[in-house]
Design a protein around this ligand. Structure first.
Ligand code: NAD
Length: 471
């Protein structure tokens, strides 16, 4: 990997590029950019063998221009204060961009998850949550963690349970954390939300005739060849939805190496094989790279590259060799600022992380709203709408003197389930978000990333100005 500045500095480079185009007082820009607080938490873990180990974790509050602050937490060996600060900053801009009423936050615990037993992980998550409670760093109105790398429903359920135990009957306590299992107050559709959002955003981009003409690619997803890095929550779901809509997953890059097959790879087969302890490299393909050279898979021939693992994987060292015409950023911060410049100059379309992976926090927002309403979405109106559809069809039948086939009733006389409503709200957010940044990109003649930062800065600045903090 080539040298690059620290992650937070990279995010600030993107910020500065957009800020230059805007006309705000320097003090306001500095306030938006600064990270308001970073908490470094360390606590002892009693391991299963009786030894004691000190665990390090962080929670960063980048911006409190809106409350609560919101952001996932990750379990990762390379977690650091710089990483968590950069990710919190991205959350500020992401939430502003897609109009979510949150400031930005992020958390991390520095561990390699596979080195710990389930019982140890539970102790770590519960203690981390306890440390957050002690510092007023978790709560439905102050700070709402959710899932990120290495964190699934189990970890979130432990965090939720610990918060509940300490919250003393607080009625909105389930709003203190998102990504919960549905039985614990989670919302249907959250698990796959980020990947589904990546799909919606990518689908919207490839549906733009002028953009595809510039890239010399045919319109639509049908037959588009995709390479994905990271087959976790984001990468797997993004790939699954894209493949269901006609794209072909030709390459997968994972920790143990990379596999390429121009005829297409079956993500479910790969996932199931890896879940049983197998390696990607044992499956059928025309090209494979071992773990030390796996990152070269990012340079494989494809139309769309989806980095969905970690940050800084596209850097000045490989940007000139990337063959994809579109980079759809599922991960946070996968492209360094210098690499992004190179790719822009080479005419590669970059759909930026702060827009493209906003589906996760968007559906987390729906979950947070659900926690405050104490009711499943659609419960009040689902049957009512189905019956209204039925009445409408039978009225029309009476007027035209003909009966509709039962399939017409199945299509029209239905009410939306919670999942339908969540997915529809997500689709709306991603489509609207795409056109907002595209409009700015065209108006200011900038790339989509700079446009996204411009829109975010304007929205955060407005929040400060409306509160009378800056003129
Ligand atoms: P995950 O832990 O579910 O999956 C990450 C995958 O990447 C794993 O399969 C892991 O083996 C693989 N990976 C890790 N390091 C790698 C490397 N060096 N090379 C190749 N593969 C590697 O994590 P996730 O939740 O899917 O998150 C992935 C990215 O998406 C992160 O940048 C995260 O911040 C971002 N993101 C996640 C969400 C969410 O809702 N989970 C939301 C927004 C953004």
């Amino acid at each position: 990997m080539s040298d690059h500045p620290p992650f937070f500095a990279q995010v600030n480079r993107y910020f500065d590029r957009a800020a230059e185009i805007l006309d705000y007082p320097q003090g306001l820009l500095e306030q938006i950019k600064a990270c308001n607080a970073v908490y470094h938490l360390s606590f002892p873990l009693k391991r299963d063998d009786g030894t004691i180990e000190v665990i390090h974790g962080w929670r960063a509050h980048h911006s409190q221009h809106r409350l609560p602050v919101k952001g996932g937490f990750r379990l990762a060996e390379q977690a650091s204060e710089d990483e968590v600060t950069a990710l919190a900053a991205l959350m500020t801009y992401k939430c502003a961009l897609v109009n979510l009423p949150y400031g930005g936050a992020k958390g991390a615990i520095r561990i390699e998850k596979s080195d710990y037993s389930e019982a140890e992980l539970e102790r770590i998550i519960r203690r981390y949550t306890f440390e957050l409670v002690r510092r007023n760093c978790i709560g439905p109105g102050v700070d709402v963690p959710g899932p990120d790398m290495g964190v699934g429903q189990q970890e979130i359920a432990w965090m939720h349970d610990t918060y509940l135990a300490l919250s003393d009957g607080e009625v909105n306590a389930p709003g203190a954390v998102t990504g919960k299992p549905v039985s614990q107050g989670g919302v249907r559709g959250r698990v796959e939300a980020t990947g589904r959002g990546v799909y919606f955003g990518t689908r919207e981009a490839v549906a733009q005739p002028e953009l595809m003409k510039q890239l010399d690619l045919p319109l639509g997803l049908e037959g588009k060849r995709i390479v994905i890095q990271g087959l976790g929550n984001v990468g797997y779901h993004a790939g699954k939805f894209l493949a269901e809509d006609g794209a072909v997953i030709v390459g997968v890059v994972e920790r143990e190496g990379a596999l390429y097959n121009p005829r297409g790879l079956d993500l479910d087969e790969i996932r199931a094989h890896r879940a049983e302890g197998g390696s990607l490299l044992e499956l059928e393909g025309s090209e494979r790279l071992g773990s030390s050279e796996g990152a070269a898979g990012l340079e494989w021939d494809c139309d769309i590259l989806i980095p969905a693992a970690i940050e800084n994987v596209i850097h000045t060292g490989n940007a000139p060799r990337i063959q994809a015409r579109i980079i759809a950023e599922g991960a946070n911060g996968p492209t360094t600022a210098d690499a992004s410049q190179i790719l822009t100059e080479r005419g590669v379309l970059q759909i930026p992380d702060l827009y493209l992976n906003a589906g996760g926090v968007t559906v987390s927002y729906f979950e947070w709203i659900k926690a405050h309403s104490h009711m499943r979405f659609g419960r009040m109106e689902r049957r009512f709408r189905a019956m209204a559809g039925e009445r409408m069809l039978s009225e029309v039948e009476g007027l035209v003197g003909k009966s509709f086939p039962s399939e017409a009733y199945n299509r029209v006389a239905v009410g939306a389930s919670e999942e339908d409503l969540v997915n529809s709200g997500l689709e709306e957010t991603m489509i609207e978000g795409f056109h907002e940044i595209r409009a700015t990109a065209l108006e200011r003649t900038v790339d989509l990333r700079t446009a996204a930062f411009i829109n975010s800065i304007q929205k955060v600045a407005l929040a400060y100005q409306e509160r009378g903090i800056f003129p």
